[in-house]
Every structure is written in C-alpha cells, then in structure tokens.
Design a protein around this ligand. Structure first.
Ligand code: ADP
Length: 756
C-alpha cells in the first residue's frame, strides 16, 4: 500500500487520475445520495399527498352514509376502499378513541384510548387541537413483521348537517367528532425506491468507470504521452544521448505544444550554452593541464583529486595519492603545510619552500594555495600551485654573490665613484673611496648636491662642462676639512628602471700634477741650460756696450779730459737701452725658470709662440737656422697655462734645432729652416712647427711621445721633452701629434678655441 502511495506520488498522471477519480467518485456518490434522498422524500411526499387526497375522498364518500347513519354502507365503502392497493386499513375513531368503523370487524367498538399515538396528535396538550397540518397528520411506522406503513389521519369535523341530523346527532359546540385513520402499506414503494437506488448505484458506478476511464485515456493521450516525450527528451539531453529536442507534439497549438516548443527552444539555448561551456571547459582543462607549474586540487585529507601535466611529468602521481607521497615520496604529512593553512583560515596563502624531491634531490618552490568552496560556502578542497624556482634561486644566489663582488669592487676601486641623479645632480650613492677621499661618511654625501665636493671657484665651469663633456680634466675639488685637491672627472649616463643616473668617477691627480710640475720645472731648467749659451751671447752684447762705455769714461777720467755733454747723453742712452734689454732677458729667464701656478687663462697663441722664440733666437742665429713665421692674424684666444704652452713650443723648437744641427752640414746650411705656423681650423687653433731635418723615421714614429725615448747622443737627450709636451697639451684639452712634412718633421698642436 505504502509502495502504491509512493508510486502515485512519483507519477503525475496517477496523481491526476487519483485526484479526478476521487472527485468523480465523491461527486457520483453525492449525486446518488441526493437522488436517492430526493426520490425517497419525493415518493413519501407524493404518497402523503395521494393518501391525504384519498383520505379526504373516502371521508367525503363516507360523509353521506354517516349523515344517514347507514352503518352498512359505511362498512361497505370501507371494505371496498381497503381493496384498493395499497390501503391496508381504515379506522374511524370517535372522540373517546373507540373504533367505530374498521375494515377489520373485530376491531369494531374497541377502544384504544386517547393515549394512542394517533390521538396524541391532537390530545397531547390540555386543550385538544382543532386543526392539524398535513405533516402532523401523517405518521410512518413499521409493524411487528417489519412491514412499512404510513397512516394519514383525517379529522371528521362537526357541521350543521351533523349536529342537526336525524341520527344520533352531535352537539353543535363540538368541533371534531372523530378521526379517520387510513393506513397505507409502503413496502411496494420501498421496493420501487430500493430498485431505483440500486439502479442509481449501478448507473453511478458505470458513469464513474466510463468517465474515469475516459479521463484516464484522455489524460494519457493529451498529457501523459507528451509529458513522457518531454521527460524522455530532457533525460536524453541531460544524459548526453541527444542534442536536439524532437517532440512531435510541438506542432500542437495548445499549452503543451507551447511547452514543447519552449522546451525545444530551451534545449537549443541550453545546447548552445553547453557547447560554449564545453569549449570553455576544454579551454580551461587545456589551460589547467598546460600551466607550466605544478597544479593540484586536494581534498581535506590532502588527497590529490586533480593534477595537471606538469605534476604528472614531475611526480608521476596516482589518483587518490596523498600530496606528500606524490611530492616528496614520504608517508607522513609535512610539518609546515600551506594547504592546511588554507583549510584552517579559508584564505589563500603564499610561501617559499625548500622541498626534498622523491629522488632525494632538493628543489626550491614558490607555493600558492587557494580555497575551493562548495555551494554552502564551505572549504571542501584546496588548489595548490607550485612554481619551481630552483634555477632562479641559484641565479639569485649568484646574483647576490656577484652583487657582493661588484659592491666590493665598487667600494674599493681607487677612484671615487658617485651615483648622481641626472636631473638634480644629487648624490644617490658613493663608494667607500669617495667617502675616504672627501672625508665625509657615505650618509653625509648621499642626498647632497654633487657640487658640494667641487671647489666653489670651479662650480660654474664644471656645471657648464658636465653638460658637454664626458671627461673634464684638472677639476679643483674640496674635502670636508676644506682642503682642496685636483681630480680628473669622468662621467657616464646609465639608466635603470626608467631612471637616468650619472656615474661620476673622480681620480685624484694632485700628486701627479705635483710630479708633472716638478718634471715641467726640470724640463724648464734643462731648456734654460740649453739656452744658456744663447742667453750668454745675448747678454754679451749689452755688456760689451756697457764695458766700452765704461772703458771710454775711465780713459777720459784718467786723461783728465772732459767729455762733451752730447757724448755723455748718447752713451748714457746706449747703456740704458742695453741694460733694459739685459734686464728683459734676465726677467724672462727668471719668469720661465720660476715655479708658477698652473691655473688656466685666456692665451693669445701668437704672443706665446713669439715669447718662446725670444729665448732661442740668438742661438738660432748663431747656428744659422732661419725661422719662417706664418702666423694667422686675429686668432681667438685659447684656454691654457701660458708657461706650459710656451714650454711645449720651446721643446719643439729645440728638437727642430737639434735635428737640423745633426742632419745638415755646411753644404746645405741654407736649407736649415724652421717654419712656425698658427691658424684657425674648425673652431680650433693650430700651432705647427715644421723643420727641414729629414723627418722622423716611420719605425720610431709611434714611440717618440713615450717617456725617456730618445735617439739623441748620451748626455744630450733625456727623452722627456715630447712626453711632457704631450701631457701638458692634454691637460689643457688639446692634442699634439707628429707627422712628416716635405723636408722634415711636422708637429701640430690643436687647441679648442676658448668659448665666450
Ligand atoms: P729628446 O729630445 O731628449 O730626445 P724628445 O722627447 O724631445 O727627447 O724627443 C724624442 C725623440 O723624438 C728624439 O730623440 C728624436 O728621435 C725624435 N724627434 C723629436 N723631434 C724631432 C724632429 N723635429 N725631427 C726628427 N726627430 C725628432
């Protein structure tokens, strides 16, 4: 029974049938019941009316016989009436309850008393009723043998005819004289009603069966079959046996047809969505599978539910394996487990781990874990993504080592190095050498302007030159204690992470400069030595003139002769002019031999070249060396230290003199020519010294600027002249180079024109 109920609950059609069948059954039963009740009531009512009519008719029939007091006639009528079916008895009672007439002669003149039910209709109250309704007059009862009867009581009223009649007349004040009780047998009617009821039940049952059957067949045809088709189609689609809903009832115009069409449309939409979903799923599966790191999905017991290709390739896991088995080949959970943290907190985690591989080697991993929640928001799974960074870690270690190495190098290079912001020229970093050289701690230097280490006198020049040159020579710097010193500055632009830096290196050249100055001074002394003969010769002439004048005066004084005033004046002027000349030569030599400040100034090249020559001209004359001057006019000045430039020119002239002396003889003495040129070329001033000494052999051309290289005789050459000259010219931002001209060597000094 329970199973039947369960089955019905699972079956819509069965439910509809049970519901409609139940309703039909109840309706049919109610109809049958009402029909039977109606028939019963109607039949009874009809019988009562008929009986009442009949009773009144009999009463009327008996009326005349009673007036005439014709007892026989009354008995006859009563006997005749009782022959009429279904009348079973007629009794006429008087007011005292005596049966005066009856179809049963034995009852005649017997009394039933007023307590009988029939009498109680009127005599129940103190004052007997004089009229009764039909309902009050009718009585239904069953006899001892279960016979079913109705009796109708018809009161016999007093009337003028009765009270004034010839018979046993009744007093006129009596309203009711007696009553007539007509009894009908109801069995036959009962049988009819019973048959009718039976028929009604049979008809109702047949009606119920037919209508239920009809409804069942109709519902089956109209609803069950289409619904079954819809259900089958849905199942086929759900279980992947079909991709299209093909339901024949879709053509129907009714709601089910509409439902089928909607179902088809829904299936199509679902199919399209499913297709897109499948494609996306495939895409994600591919993505998941091909992610180039180890990805697994684990349950709360740390069992692998899913894993990608990288995991398969690296660890060869088996379905249901514990993650620690797969990853590490161990049988116990790891002490530190990021997945556990995710399960505990419900949050994503990221950590770095050094893991032992199943083969015993070690790898370094970045591990990301993320929770996977179910529909109720519970963390039921976790995703673990591991990226092998072993190689990166090794590289990082190497990088750290290398960084350490380069940091050590950076700090210990002998040059000071500053990392400077290219825009603001703020010091961002510096090496230990810088902090040591400048006397600041790195913290004191970082954040300061780079110009804090430049001597205030140089700041403007350096500001300008830093924008134009990568190398700036001989820059005066200042230490924290105020001490100044010279450096060469090299700078390079470097960029890192979209920021441009300036790497500035400074090399302390103070010592070198001092040495150079010493060397330069020594060179000058050598030059002075070289020039001594010429100078002596030069001084000799004024001294001869002065001596002649003094001899003349002594002679005149000894001879006590007077000297004419004009002669004294002439001689005095001569002496004065020659003293001036000697003083000039001596001053020049003194200036030249003195240690001078090496600061640069604007220099007129032509003046410098001429001054250098004045120290040598007498020598050249005595050696028969001709000098040809080709000086360009209106040359712009250059920035240089005049002494040094003069020293270089002297070196070149001395070398030219030496080669001319060495290579020429009296035969071609007319060819001893030195040409001195100055010219302007591409915003540079050029000084050229060219001789006719035969030139520099190609074999030694590349060596002549090397220190201590000389081809001169021992004791004559030092091999320092050109190397010092090279250094001096470089210091003032120029270049010197040698080549061979038509008849001899040609040295060219190129100096940048001083900018405004
Ligand atoms: P030194 O003059 O003491 O030899 P330098 O450095 O001035 O030293 O010169 C180096 C060498 O260059 C000379 O010894 C010589 O061989 C060569 N040299 C210099 N000037 C000339 C020149 N004008 N013509 C040929 N050779 C020269």
């Amino acid at each position: 029974m329970l199973r039947l109920i369960m089955k019905i609950r699972e079956n819509l059609i069965a439910q509809i049938i049970v519901a409609t069948g139940g309703i039909m059954l109840v309706a049919t039963l109610i109809l049958i019941y009402l029909s039977i009740t109606f028939v019963n009531t109607h039949t009874v009512a009809e019988h009562v009316i008929t009986a009442d009519m009949m009773s009144n008719t009999i009463k009327l029939g008996l009326h005349n016989a009673m007036l005439r007091n014709s007892r026989d006639e009354i008995d006859q009528i009563i006997q005749k009436v009782t022959e009429i079916n279904p009348v079973t008895s007629i009794r006429v009672y008087n007011k005292q309850g005596e049966i005066k007439f009856s179809n049963n002669p034995e009852e005649k003149d017997t009394s039933v008393g007023q307590n009988r039910q029939i009498c109680q209709a009127c005599h129940a109250s103190q004052t007997p009723k004089t009229s009764l309704t039909r309902q009050e007059r009718v009585r239904e009862f069953y006899s001892d043998d279960k016979g079913h009867y109705f009796s109708v009581q018809t009161p016999i009223e007093n009337s003028a005819e009765c009270s004034g009649g010839p018979c046993h007349f009744h007093p006129a004040d009596k309203a009711i004289l007696g009553t007539m009780d007509l009894v009908f047998a109801f069995d036959e009617t009962d049988t009819l009603v019973s048959d009718y009821r039976m028929n009604l039940i049979v008809l109702g049952t047949i009606f119920f069966i037919i209508t239920s059957g009809g409804i069942f067949v109709g519902l089956r045809q109209i609803i069950t079959r289409p619904l079954s088709l819809l259900i089958k189609s849905s199942r086929d689609i759900a279980e992947g046996r079909a991709t299209k809903a093909n339901i024949p009832i879709a053509a129907r115009p009714d709601e089910l047809g509409e439902l089928a069409r909607s179902h088809e449309a829904m299936v199509q939409a679902l199919h399209a969505k499913q297709k897109a979903l499948n494609e996306k799923m495939l895409e994600y599966e591919l993505l998941f599978d091909n992610v180039p790191c180890v990805v697994t999905v684990q349950d709360r017991d740390y069992k692998l539910l899913e894993y990608n290709k990288e995991t398969r390739d690296r660890f060869s896991p088996f379905p249901g394996a514990y993650c620690y088995q797969a990853y590490k080949g161990i049988n116990e959970r790891c002490e530190e487990c990021p997945v556990e943290k995710t399960f505990q907190t419900g949050l994503a985690h990221c950590s770095e781990e050094n893991r032992r591989n199943p083969d015993g080697t070690y790898s370094h991993w970045i591990v990301h874990t993320a929770p996977i929640v179910d529909q109720d928001g519970r963390v039921t799974k976790a995703m673990e993504m591991c990226l092998d960074i072993t190689e990166r870690k090794k590289l990082e270690e190497k990088l750290k080592e290398s960084e350490k190495k380069y940091h050590t190098i950076f700090n210990n290079v002998p040059n000071s190095i500053f990392v400077v912001d290219n825009t603001t020229l703020t010091i961002l970093d510096c090496n230990t050498t810088a902090s040591w050289v400048y006397g600041y701690t790195p913290e004191e230097l970082i954040g300061r302007s780079f110009f804090a280490v430049i001597h205030p006198d140089e700041v403007e020049r350096i500001k300008a030159q830093m924008q134009a040159f990568t190398a700036i020579n001989q820059v005066k710097n200042i230490r924290k204690n105020g001490e100044s010193f010279f450096v060469d500055v090299m700078q390079a632009v470097s960029s890192h992470s979209d920021t441009e830096y300036l790497l500035v290196s400074t090399t302390d050249i103070t010592e070198r400069l001092e040495e150079e100055q010493l060397l330069f001074h020594a060179g000058k002394k050598a030059t002075l030595g070289e020039m001594a003969t010429g100078v002596a010769h030069e001084l000799n002439q004024p001294l001869t003139v002065i001596k002649s004048a003094s001899n003349f005066f002594i002679k005149k004084v000894n001879a006590k002769e007077t000297i004419p005033e004009a002669t004294i004046a002439t001689l005095a002027r001569e002496v004065d002019s020659y003293v001036d000349r000697a003083t000039k030569i001596i001053n020049h030599m003194r200036d030249f031999g003195r240690k001078v400040d090496q600061s640069m100034e604007l220099v007129n090249v032509n003046d410098c070249v001429s001054r250098a020559y004045t120290l040598l001209n007498k020598q050249f004359e005595s050696h028969g060396i001709n000098v040809q001057w080709e000086l360009a006019e209106n040359l712009p000045p250059v920035m240089a230290t005049p002494d040094q430039l003069e020293q270089v020119v002297i070196n070149l002239l001395v070398n030219a003199r030496d080669i001319l002396e060495e290579k020429t003889d009296a035969a071609n003495s007319d060819r001893q020519l030195i040409t001195v040129r100055t010219m302007l070329q591409d915003s540079h001033v050029l000084i050229q010294v060219e001789d006719t000494g035969g030139g520099i052999p190609e074999a030694i051309m590349h060596k002549i600027f090397e220190p201590f290289f000389t081809t001169k005789k021992v004791g004559k050459g030092t091999g320092l002249g050109l190397s010092i000259s090279y250094g001096l010219i470089k210091n003032i931002g120029g270049i010197i180079h040698a080549d061979n001209g038509e008849a001899g060597a040609r040295f060219t000094i190129t100096l940048p024109v001083a900018d405004s």
